[in-house]
Design a protein around this ligand. Structure first.
Ligand SMILES: *Cc1c(COP(=O)(O)O)cnc(C)c1O
Length: 740
């Protein structure tokens, strides 16, 4: 452990760590908020992932359509990272299993090297720096020269790209599983390199070096916790078993006990199309030994199920790690649950669904495994950095300690009726809106009215997030203005943004529909300044930091039971936006914290969605019953928004009528009525701002510091340290380090 140093821009930083125990968080697409909180809480944690050469694509909007551009983020170099070739590790693929007397041997493999790049993760004002370690794929120098292509040196050098493609590009899917071989290679690559790194570090520590060979791994789960962020690193479970059984020669039962005590699994979605189910044939080709181990894990698991539930063949089928049928597949969530000592969802409602519906059979078997860890966001990025005006104003009222203890925001409650504070909060919001309007004008040459309500819906474009319902509301507002142009209207700027997965046709059609509606609305002289529709191009963290502090109304309108938690919802609440939302994900707990009367909650609850499913959802009913809905749909269908191509959106309206899994029409009426209440309140700036203050005061729960403390105490079995670590320029012998 002591060896690691982070050299940054020529400066050597001493990595202070909590001595005695260290932790590991395994990630593939890093949750930066958690890294920030772990460092700030003084937890010695490592974030692991892949150093993709190309990150999530850049989105361009051309003629209203999404066009993808490669994100060549390393083109100008990256000053924050340091390559660590001294810690490079081999990762094996393909080959075959040899049955030797001493055990199973995985042989004739192809090797790819994993080169780590370290990025420091500083805690907030605590003299602590953790490490994020990302792996880059490198071909060995003898790649394809030793075994193949002998005599074709040029071709062998060109073929090095094949190996290095593993870390070339991030798959841009959101909540969708696509069983591509290169993706499976990525998943094994990060897992194999990371576990070797952890085991090397463990063996170099006093725990792994002083004890006898037979028992050195007994203390492994006391020193290491590995949190599986979704199922993407699920292969870590059979990989650790392979290392223990095949290489370290531990007996299976002992290896399994250590493995289970090491891993914990966080589920992130219950959408069936998002659950990873890898074809057995593909795993067998790429990782033949791992497939054997998975079969052995499954056999023992099913024996256990049989012992508890004899003669229940259907239960065995449901709980198997292997799904039979057309193509045999491995259910990676089942593997994670069986191989972990803790399983958690990311909001109360989601953890309930995980426990009582999606993985109910597993909860029947081991109910104590299942937990909840409601998500959170870091107040350092999502308040101090992005909204210094509001952060400063809060500090003037309650001091600065809230930055590290966000629950202190509750102290703002005292000022809900303080006219001066109300005016100051409202002024900061207005300044943020003006600044954002200036940015839009400068960067995108669109003019918006900063005194209109900023109604913002930014997140990945997905049917379950129901950007289409927002679009129907826009059309409804437009039709109302056109019907009675003299009637008072609370001016709105509707801002929608987000990337569609490049292969998700319906999501791309949704973007085109929004931009087409925007074109009509924004160019209609009757509408004038009352309503504007902006599609925010290339929504990403740096743009979120700008738009969220400027938002009045936050759209969180997923069908109840589909959004695991959401974190955007929390960012808006902390930055003084009011939420219009369904009782889904963390919205439920936001309403619980602030009081339901301080949010705009509408629509079907989860039980009502289930009842409607049972009865059978019939979209036509709502269309026939609701004239404003009918008018909006008829306009889309007749080409009102696409006069050059009147049938352009037929597949969208067909979906809404005949196979809308997310029941947009069923919530439309409640949504529009709730939006009317939003407009009503917005006319009263003072009452609006009182709700804003109540929301900010109630947002303390949604700090990722709280989330990480819960993971630490209830899953990793560690107490976050509040020991004051001295600055590196102070002599260390002056400090009592025995308590660290
Ligand atoms: C927070 C964030 C998200 C997640 O938003 P949800 O509303 O929770 O889906 C997505 N993209 C960016 C850029 C974010 O900052």
């Amino acid at each position: 452990m002591g060896g690691g140093r982070c050299g940054v821009a020529g400066v050597e930083l001493e990595p202070y760590t909590q001595w005695g125990r260290w932790y590991v968080v395994l990630v593939m697409q890093t949750r930066t908020c958690f890294l920030d909180s772990m460092a700030t809480l003084g937890l010695a944690a490592y974030g692991y992932g892949i150093r993709y050469e190309y990150g999530i694509f850049n989105q361009k909007i051309r003629d209203g359509w999404q066009v993808e551009e490669a994100d060549d983020w390393l083109r100008h170099g990256n000053p924050w990272e340091k390559a660590r070739p001294e810690y490079m590790l081999p990762v094996h693929f393909y080959g075959r299993v040899e049955h030797a007397k001493s055990g199973q041997k995985w042989v004739d493999t192809q090797v790819v090297l994993a080169l780590p790049y370290d990025t420091p993760v500083p805690g907030y004002m605590n003299n602590t720096v953790n490490t994020m370690r990302l792996w880059s794929a490198r071909a060995p120098n003898d790649f394809n020269l030793r075994d193949f292509n002998v005599g074709d040196y040029i071709q062998a050098v060109l073929d090095r790209n094949l190996a290095e493609n593993i870390s070339r590009v991030l798959y841009p899917n959101d909540n969708f599983f696509e069983g591509k071989e290169l993706r499976l290679k990525q998943e094994y690559f990060v897992v194999a390199a990371t576990l070797q790194d952890i085991i090397r570090r463990f063996k170099a520590s006093k725990f792994g070096s002083t004890e006898s060979v037979r028992t050195i791994f007994d203390s492994f789960p006391d020193q290491v916790a590995i949190q599986l962020n979704d199922t993407h690193p699920a292969l870590a479970i059979p990989e650790l078993m392979r290392v223990f059984v095949d290489i370290e020669k531990l007996p299976w039962t002992k290896a399994w006990d250590i493995t289970k005590r090491t891993f914990a699994y966080t589920n992130h979605t219950v959408l069936p199309e998002a659950l990873e189910r890898w074809p057995v044939d593909l795993v067998e080709k790429l990782l033949p030994r791992h497939l054997q181990i998975i079969y052995e894990i499954n056999q023992r698991h099913l024996d256990k199920v049989t012992a508890l539930f004899p003669n229940d063949l259907d239960r065995l089928r449901r709980m198997s790690l292997i799904e039979e049928g057309g193509v045999k597949r491995i259910n990676m969530a089942h593997l994670c649950i069986v191989g972990s000592h803790a399983v958690n969802g990311v909001a109360k409602i989601h953890s309930d669904i995980v426990k009582t519906q999606v993985f109910k059979d597993f909860a029947d078997l081991e109910p104590e495994k299942f937990q909840n860890k409601t998500n959170g966001i870091t107040p350092r990025r999502w308040l101090l950095l992005c909204n210094p005006g509001l952060a400063e104003l809060i500090a003037e009222k309650i001091g600065e300690d809230y930055v590290k203890d966000l629950s202190q925001l509750i102290k703002l409650h005292k000022f809900v009726n303080d006219d001066i504070f109300i005016r100051e909060v409202s002024k900061v919001k207005q300044e943020n809106k003006v600044k954002f309007a200036q940015l839009l004008e400068k960067e995108y040459r669109v003019k918006i009215n900063p005194s209109s309500m900023f109604d913002v819906h930014v997140k990945r474009i997905h049917e379950y997030k129901r950007q289409l319902m927002n679009c129907l509301h826009i059309i409804t507002m437009y039709n109302r203005i056109k019907r009675d142009p003299m009637k008072p209207f609370v001016p709105r700027t509707v801002i929608i943004g987000g990337k569609a997965a490049p292969g998700y046709h319906m999501a791309k059609m949704i973007i085109k529909l929004i931009t087409a509606v925007g074109h009509v609305v924004n160019n209609d002289p009757v509408v004038g300044n009352k309503l504007k529709v902006i599609f925010l191009e290339n929504y990403r963290v740096s743009l979120a930091e700008k738009v969220i502090p400027a938002t009045d109304l936050s759209e969180q309108i997923s069908t109840a039971g589909t959004e695991a938690s959401g974190t955007g919802n929390m960012k808006f609440m902390l930055n003084g936006a009011l939420t219009i939302g369904t009782m889904d994900g963390a919205n439920v707990e936001m309403a619980e914290e602030a009081g339901e009367e301080n949010l705009f909650i509408f629509g079907m609850r989860i039980q009502e969605v289930a009842e409607l499913d049972k009865k059978g959802y019939n979209a036509q009913e709502y269309y026939d019953k609701l004239p404003e809905l009918k008018q909006a749909i008829d306009q889309i269908k007749s080409g009102f928004f696409s006069p050059m191509q009147p049938d352009l959106f037929n597949e969208v309206t067909n979906m809404l009528f005949h196979h809308d899994r997310f029941k947009v029409f069923a919530d439309y009426e409640a949504y529009v009525k709730c939006q009317d209440k939003v407009s009503q309140l917005y006319m009263n700036a003072k009452e609006w701002t009182k709700l804003v203050i109540r929301n900010i005061a109630a947002s303390g729960k949604f700090s990722s510091d709280r989330t990480i403390k819960e993971y630490a105490r209830e899953i990793w079995n560690v107490e976050p340290s509040d020991t004051k670590i001295p600055p590196p320029n102070e002599p260390r012998d002056k400090i009592d380090l025995t308590s660290l």
